[in-house]
Design a protein around this ligand. Structure first.
Ligand code: ZN
Length: 154
């Protein structure tokens, strides 16, 4: 049976800088075996039980992978919005799951876009506290993901 695990987490990089945290927000829930979280974290959470507190280190290769320079592209400035500037995030398409590019440089002639995940190449540490573990519902299993505490939400 698949299990749904609810937890609080704080994510830090190798310098100890906090990248993201669920503290003070809704706990994060995921269904085991559904590919909802990065492989290196899921592996370390196998067998986790309510009340467990773990500090889990995940190397980049088991997190968001290494940076790929082939995902850094240059496009003519004219193809982009007039007000484009470094730090902007641009979607590579309309469909759900389309790649997202971060603008890293803009000149009169062209812009440099980086399609790497912003955590690519980073070794990550997750401080987690397991709040609840339950069996997944049939609906969750058929959808392939965990639903929120108050029923269905996407
Ligand atoms: Zn669903």
């Amino acid at each position: 049976m698949a299990r749904v695990i609810s937890l609080h987490y704080t994510l830090t990089d190798s310098q100890g800088v906090t990248i993201d945290s669920s503290r003070g927000k809704q706990p994060f829930s995921f269904m085991e075996g559904a590919g909802q979280i990065i492989p290196g974290l899921e592996k370390k959470l196998a067998g986790a039980a309510k009340g467990d507190k773990k500090k889990i280190s995940v190397p980049a290769a088991e997190a968001y992978g290494g940076r790929e320079e082939s995902k850094v592209i240059k496009v003519p400035r004219a193809q982009l919005p007039d007000d484009v500037k470094p730090g902007d995030r641009l979607s590579g398409g309309q469909e759900h799951g389309a790649p997202v590019f971060v603008v890293t440089a803009v000149t009169d002639a062209e812009a440099t876009l980086d399609g790497n995940h912003f955590l690519a190449g980073k070794d990550l540490t997750f401080d987690v506290e397991i709040l609840a573990v339950r069996e997944a519902t049939e609906e969750e299993i058929s959808h392939g993901h965990a639903h929120g505490e108050h029923g269905h939400s996407h």
